[in-house]
Design a protein around this ligand. Structure first.
Ligand SMILES: Nc1ncnc2c1ncn2[C@@H]1O[C@H](COP(=O)(O)OP(=O)(O)OP(=O)(O)O)[C@@H](O)[C@H]1O
Ligand SMILES: [Mg+2]
Length: 363
C-alpha cells in the first residue's frame, strides 16, 4: 500500500478533528475522501503531507512514517488544494520555476518542466502575467502544476474544484484523470458526491472525524438498496394513496420526499420490473403522475441515508439542503493549531518544501 493510515487521531485543544481513522491506498489508485465541512478531510491531508503531526495512530506514505520520516515523505509527494501556495506577485512561470528550485531541480530543469507544465495546463498564454491577475480556475491549475514539478509519486488534492464553475470543474477532472493514467497515486478530498463518483476508485466517507462508510461508488450505492423508481403525483393531495398503491411493488415501503413531493420506491436489483409494477399499480388506481423515472441512487442519497443530512448544497438542486458550518469556514482555515515538533509549520507555509506563500485566490 502506498498510503496506510491506522487509528489516526488529531485534536486541536478540545476539538477532536480525527477520532481514529483507518484507510489505505494502493499504488496508482484514487481514493476519494468525502465529507461535509469540518469532517476532518483537510486535517487528514495535512497530517499525511507532514504539515502537522498526528495526536495518535500512525500513517505512512510510500513506507515512510509521516511523523518520523517527514523529509522522506516530502520528497515523494505533491500537495495542491485548499491552502493555495502561489506567490501573487510572481508570474505563473516564475511560480513554477521557484517550486522547481525548491526541489533542487536546478535552473535549467526547473525552467524546462515549468514551460512544459504551463503548456499542459493551458496556461502558456498567461505564463508572463503575475499570478494575482489569474482567475480562480487558472490559479487552481497553477497550484496543481506547481505540485507536479517534482513529479511526485503520490499526490494530495484538497478539494481541487471547490468554488470552480462547472466548466472549469470538468476541465480540472480531465487534468486529474490524465495524471492518474500516468500512474500517479492520488488522494482527493471533496464535498461533491459527483466528483468522488467521477474520479475515485474507492471512497471513504468521513463525518465528525470518523469513517462512516467506505467502498467503491457502486458498493456505496448498493448499500442503500440499489435502484430507485421515482415519480410525482399530479394531485399532491392524493400522494398518500399513490404511496399505498405502489408500496407492494418495491423492496420496502415507498417514501415521499417532503420537500419535492416525489414518491420513491426502492427497487433493489430489479429496477425495470419494479418500474413496470409501479406503472401498473398507478394505472389501476387511476392516478395521474409525471416524471416517472428509474435511477441509480446517487452518492447524495448514500450520504443522506448514512448521516441524515446532505453533504453539500451545490449540484443536486434539491431544495431544503444546506451546507453545514459554511460561515465558520474562513475561521477554520485561518486557525493555526499548536506548532508541531519536527514537522513543517501548521500554517501552510512549508507545504512539501515550498516557501512561505501569500494566500491568493478566494480562500
Ligand atoms: N488549526 C486548528 N485549530 C483548531 N481547530 C481546528 C484546526 N484545524 C481544524 N480544526 C477543526 O477540526 C475540524 C476538522 O477540520 P478540517 O479542516 O479537517 O475539516 P474539513 O473536512 O477539511 O472541512 P472543509 O470541508 O470545511 O474544508 C473542524 O472542527 C475544525 O474547526
Ligand atoms: Mg478542508
Amino acid at each position: 500500500m502506498i498510503i496506510e493510515v491506522e487509528g489516526l487521531k488529531k485534536h486541536f485543544g478540545s476539538v477532536e478533528a480525527l477520532r481514529g481513522v483507518d484507510f489505505s491506498v494502493a499504488e496508482g489508485q484514487v481514493l476519494g475522501l468525502l465529507g461535509p465541512n469540518g469532517a476532518g478531510k483537510t486535517t487528514a491531508v495535512r497530517i499525511l503531507t507532514t504539515l502537522i503531526p498526528p495526536s495518535g495512530g500512525r500513517a505512512t506514505v510510500c513506507g515512510y512514517d509521516v511523523a518520523h520520516d517527514a523529509a522522506a515523505v516530502r520528497r515523494v509527494i505533491g500537495l495542491a488544494g485548499q491552502a493555495t501556495a502561489i506567490s501573487p506577485d510572481l508570474t505563473g512561470l516564475e511560480n513554477l520555476e521557484m517550486a522547481g528550485r525548491l526541489y533542487h531541480l536546478g535552473k535549467a530543469l526547473s525552467r524546462k518542466r515549468a514551460d512544459e507544465l504551463m503548456v499542459r495546463f493551458d496556461l502558456a498564454d498567461a505564463a508572463g502575467r503575475q499570478a494575482k491577475t489569474y482567475s480562480g480556475g487558472m490559479l487552481r491549475r497553477l497550484d496543481l502544476a506547481a505540485s507536479l514539478i517534482s513529479r511526485p509519486r503520490v499526490l494530495f488534492l484538497d478539494e481541487p474544484t471547490t468554488g470552480l464553475d462547472p466548466r472549469s470543474r470538468v476541465g480540472m477532472w480531465g487534468v486529474i484523470r490524465e495524471l492518474v493514467q500516468n500512474g500517479t497515486t492520488l488522494l482527493l478530498t471533496t464535498q461533491y458526491m459527483e466528483e468522488a463518483d467521477e474520479l475515485a476508485d474507492d471512497i471513504v466517507v468521513i463525518d465528525h472525524g470518523v469513517v462512516i462508510a467506505r467502498g467503491t461508488s457502486e458498493e456505496l450505492k448498493d448499500r442503500i438498496g440499489g435502484d430507485v423508481v421515482e415519480f410525482s403525483v399530479d394531485d399532491r393531495s392524493v400522494t398518500h394513496e399513490a404511496v399505498q398503491a405502489v408500496s407492494a411493488a418495491g423492496e420496502a415501503p415507498a417514501t415521499v420526499d417532503a420537500d419535492t413531493g416525489r414518491v420513491q420506491v426502492r427497487a433493489g436489483g430489479r429496477g425495470s420490473q419494479v418500474l413496470v409494477d409501479v406503472v401498473r399499480a398507478l394505472d389501476g388506481a387511476g392516478m395521474a403522475t409525471s416524471g416517472l423515472a428509474l435511477r441509480r441512487p446517487s452518492l447524495d442519497d448514500v450520504f443522506m441515508s448514512l448521516t441524515g443530512h446532505a453533504a453539500e448544497q451545490g449540484g443536486s438542486g434539491a431544495p431544503g439542503r444546506r451546507r453545514r458550518g459554511r460561515a465558520g469556514r474562513g475561521d477554520a482555515k485561518a486557525a493555526v493549531g499548536p506548532r508541531p515538533q519536527g514537522a513543517a509549520s501548521t500554517d501552510g507555509t512549508v507545504r512539501t518544501g515550498r516557501p512561505a506563500p501569500e494566500q491568493v485566490g478566494e480562500r
